[in-house]
Design a protein around this ligand. Sequence first.
Ligand code: C5J
Length: 220
Amino acid sequence: MNSVAAHPYPYRFDPRSTALVVIDMQRDFVEEGGFGSALGNDVRPLTAIVPTVAALLATARGAGMLVVHTRESHLPDLSDCPPAKRLRGNPALGIGDIGPMGRILVRGEPGNQILPLLAPVAGEIVIDKPGKGAFYATDLHAQLQARGISHLLFAGVTTEVCVQTSMREANDRGYECLVVEDACASYFPVFHQATLAMLTAQGGIVGWKAPLAELQRALP
Ligand code: C5J
């Protein structure tokens, strides 16, 4: 067993039964000129973590861990997108509309692709998810169970939306979860900090947090 100096107490894991889950590092959320920035968000906190996520991927791959990538995405006919989701916020530019990088949050469009620097490699799992959580309407749980995975490390964007939702879903399914705090980000830094605090409060009610450096120290 490896042990990370994590908060609120050491996180013990075996790399053979641990997967890294990188949430939604797709161009539309992270890149200047994408959907996120078209909505008026400052994408700089998200672009800032790209080198850390790349280093985390290298660490996980080097340790032989399973890697999972997710994309928030919908079918081209939007049959998997509830009207409530598409209409929320009365957006000028909504899901399925033509945005700066193709149809927004639609599978296969340029903006829906994972950043080239963080692209999946052979043998890694890619989950297209229509919801905020990675387990809703996907086969992620079945794929992890089939591989004997019991521990999950979370990274990606945004901390308070898709990372948090996915970690809560995982916790309810019995996974031991740690969020790599400097490998996830929000358009709103105050939400990032608050989310890390609430996930790990009350003795780790949803799980643990630790920076990448502590995870690296825990691996040979
Ligand atoms: C959002 C996400 N924020 N990946 N998606 O809509 O967090």
